[in-house]
Design a protein around this ligand. Structure first.
Ligand code: S3P
Length: 433
């Protein structure tokens, strides 16, 4: 089982880039596949999660060239051009891939079966299956989890669905099925969730409106191929942003990061804790806003994190917990029960790691109360969770001794090249089998 060993070190000041956005890379492949014409994707994330989506798209009969240094060409087959796969579609570790494919495949004329790795096989899929069934899909889970079997030939109709949980994956699954449904499909979200699907659908020429927490989609006659430039992944930048706050020699700039407001709750949380952050060089990559982010080292103070920010930082909370561990006083995060059904139970796994490095905390059903303090070295088990592994890697910047992090291979799902980037940034990190 691969592991990291990190010796006490500091982040160099200077510039960093991050790999392409995972959410946007998945969506570019899926929409490119069912568009008419040739879609070019630049800055595609060559991580295992998106490669699983690419493999599945190929199994469905779509010719995809690449990836070549982030460049991908998708020869779209049109809305009705997918072909049934001859074998099971393996989504690996990728919850996004599975839930988005559930929506897309519910509307096809052929049967499909979706599986994943051990972590994904434990994750809840009824949240997406239920509204799809309401639309007329014939979709089954096993005790609410994968494998997911989808019977082809269903006749879908649009619905209005009020999501009980704030999930961009569920919203996206319903919208993708809605592309093929009779009538309008409407999704109401209980809190803001990432809107990459809606933005990209518009780029592909589909009429979808997003206002006041409601997405409305009119089924299009066709999607038109597009040129997509994928921004740097804010969720990967998050590790360097927190690292720069807690353990850098001087200012750090992360360049070319996607700053879609449905993703950047971490910046507001850190600002509440006294972080010194600045966004500049604002521009757009297609319909997605991008900026450079400058972070200066700061003495953080614990804060009560407003619940409204939690869905805007759902993937960044492990990194925020490390910021909280390094802050003076108490930080309280609640309203984050969704963390329990991510790649691991991130509340439990982060709590165990915090205990190992000597940080006092209280586990809550829907969050953590963390008392900032001094971190010691030790051995933390990431449970195979990429974001937990990278969060403790940056925690090592403040540990008094070497930190060993176990079961880190899944970092490659979202951040290929993390170790090389970390080393270049000054972290004394090595990876061992
Ligand atoms: C994602 C949505 C979020 C997020 C995940 C990616 C997406 O999941 O945690 O990493 O690309 O739509 P939920 O929809 O379960 O909140």
């Amino acid at each position: 089982m691969s592991r990291y060993v990190i010796q006490p070190s500091r982040l160099q000041s200077g510039d960093l880039g991050v790999p392409g956005d995972k959410s946007i890379s998945h969506r570019a492949l899926l929409l490119g596949a069912i568009a008419e014409g040739v879609t070019h994707i630049a800055g595609f994330l060559e991580g295992e999660d998106c490669l699983a989506t690419m493999q599945a798209v190929r199994q469905l009969g779509v010719d995809v060239e690449g990836p070549h240094s982030g460049d991908v060409t998708v020869n779209g087959v049109g809305l009705r051009g997918l072909r049934g796969a001859s074998t099971v579609l393996d989504m690996g570790n990728a919850g996004t891939a599975m839930r988005l494919f559930m929506g897309l495949l519910s509307a096809q004329s052929f049967d499909s079966e979706l599986r994943g790795d051990a972590s994904l096989m434990r994750r809840p899929m009824e949240r997406a299956a239920k509204p799809l069934r309401e639309m007329g899909a014939r979709i089954e889970t096993r005790d609410g989890r994968p494998p997911v079997s989808i019977r082809g030939g269903a006749d879908l109709h649009g619905i209005r669905y009020a999501m009980p949980i704030a999930s961009a994956q569920v919203k996206s699954a319903v919208l993708l099925a809605g592309l093929y449904a009779r009538g309008e499909t409407v999704v109401d979200e209980p809190a803001v969730t990432r809107d990459h699907t809606e933005r990209m659908l518009r780029t592909f020429g589909c009429n979808v409106a997003l206002r006041d927490g409601t997405a409305r989609l009119q089924p299009p006659r066709r999607l038109a191929a597009a040129q997509i430039v994928v921004p740097g992944d804010f969720s990967s930048a998050a590790f360097w942003i927190v690292a720069a706050c807690i353990g850098a020699f001087g200012p750090v700039v992360v360049r070319g990061v996607g700053v879609n407001p449905s993703r950047t709750g971490l910046l507001e949380m850190l600002a509440l804790m006294g972080a010194d952050l600045r966004l500049f060089n604002h521009r757009n990559f297609g319909s997605e806003p991008v900026a450079d982010i400058e972070v200066r080292p700061a003495s953080l103070t614990g804060a009560r994190i407003p619940a409204r920010l939690v869905p805007l930082a759902i993937d960044e909370l492990p990194a925020l917990f490390i910021a909280a561990a390094c802050a003076a006083g108490e930080t309280l995060v609640t309203g984050a029960a969704e963390l329990r059904v991510k790649e691991t139970d991130r509340i439990a796994v982060m709590a165990q790691g915090l205990a190992e490095v000597g940080i006092a905390h209280e586990v809550l059903p829907d969050g953590l109360r963390i008392e900032g303090g001094s971190l010691r070295g030790g051995t933390v088990d990431s449970g195979g969770d990429h974001r937990v592994a990278m969060s403790f890697a940056i925690a090592a910047l403040r540990a008094s001794g070497p930190l060993e992090i176990l079961d880190v291979a899944n970092v490659a799902t979202s951040y290929p090249g993390f170790v090389a980037a970390a080393r270049q940034a000054g972290l004394a990190i090595s990876e061992a089998a």
